[in-house]
Design a protein around this ligand. Structure first.
Ligand code: UDP
Ligand code: MG
Length: 321
């Protein structure tokens, strides 16, 4: 079995001066152990991605890089947000690594899950998703909102792994495939399941933030959720159409009701006509918007120009070798 994997760990950092020294210390121990066990090669690295931090994060990263062989970094021209920083790191690391693991800087992702992830990779998985087994360390609100988020996403037709954030292992060929996704409205945890290949899950306990504050306040989380839905699903557009049919159906009932009222003589002149018109035209308009929505949905998926397939094995090539 192939060992000595060239592993890169990509970590986006935004104003993380408080946690970087500790994260570095723990990852150094971890990597050295994996190197001693011959699981990863000496050329493996931790790659910090400074996402336009306003504090000393980049100075600290440069300092660590000067002192520690196993640590390197890149910095973005300004703050572009976690997802963009992650892409920058993944696409840079793929040029050097066999395998890339992405994780957060704040030690919330248990670094001991790395062993299990590499094990799964050695067993033939191309993607290994880190999944939180419990959220005991999250506040009630964070837990409820985060779990609601995953449920709502799948209700809205977005295929994601439950309770998986961005702690994941990807092989180089997955990243090569990923580089063909050119969308700018990023929701990475939705893209990787689309890529395919053999994947598996590793469970880990999510710790609380080592130091500093969350860079994902509720407002950012909500806009992230909406980004996920609107970048992956045309279901909201479909719902307009369905709503149109519901309203049209209601208008039939209203029609019957108001005709009966008219026959009984319970109405003033003109009421029946107005009520029927309002409901009927309302339903018709809703359906029309829904039909336009269907076409917009098509334009939306065409403009993304996502790859249509990825070949995982080609017997022709195997014979040539
Ligand atoms: N992060 C980033 N750019 C940003 C915001 C956050 O690179 O604009 C990084 C941050 O440094 C951390 C990771 O994204 O490594 C996750 O952020 P955080 O821990 O604050 O989110 P939470 O765990 O609270 O959801
Ligand atoms: Mg965090």
């Amino acid at each position: 079995m192939k060992k000595n994997i060239k592993l890169y760990i990509v970590i986006p950092c935004y104003n993380e001066e408080e946690v970087l020294p500790e994260t570095t210390k723990r990852l150094k121990e971890k990597l050295n152990k994996l190197i001693n066990d011959n699981i990863i090669s000496k050329s493996s690295r931790v790659m910090y991605v400074n996402d336009g931090s306003k504090d000393k994060t980049w100075d600290i990263i440069k300092d660590i890089n000067a002192k520690e062989e196993l640590f390197t970094g890149i910095t973005l021209s300004r703050n572009r947000g976690h997802q963009n920083a992650l892409v920058a790191g993944l696409l840079t690391a793929k040029n050097y690594a066999d395998v890339v693991i992405s994780m957060d800087a704040d030690l919330q992702d248990d670094i001991n899950a790395i062993d299990a992830m590499l094990e799964k990779y050695l067993q033939g998985c191309d993607i290994v998703y880190g999944v939180r087994s419990s959220r005991e360390n999250d506040t009630f609100f964070k837990k409820a909102s985060a779990e609601g988020f995953y449920k709502f996403m799948s209700l809205m037709g977005v295929d994601i792994v439950f309770n998986h954030a961005d702690y994941r292992l990807t092989s180089r060929r997955v990243l090569e495939e990923f580089s063909n996704y050119h969308e700018v409205n990023l929701f990475l945890r939705g893209i990787f399941p689309l890529i395919g290949y053999k994947s598996d899950i590793v469970y880990y306990e999510r710790a609380s933030r080592f130091a500093g504050e969350s860079k994902y306040p509720l407002k950012k989380m909500l806009s992230f959720a909406w980004d996920g839905i609107s970048s992956f699903s045309v279901k909201p557009l479909r719902m307009i159409c369905s709503l149109g049919f519901v309203i049209l159906f209601i208008s039939l009932i209203i029609m019957l009701y108001s005709l009966i009222q008219k026959i009984i003589g319970n109405t003033v002149d003109g009421w029946t006509f107005i009520i029927i018109s309002i409901w009927f035209i309302g339903g018709l308009q809703m359906i029309s918007i829904g039909i336009i929505g269907e076409y917009i949905g098509k334009i939306y998926s065409e403009t993304k120009q996502r790859p249509r397939y990825a070949i995982s094995e080609n017997l022709l090539e195997q014979k040539d070798n």
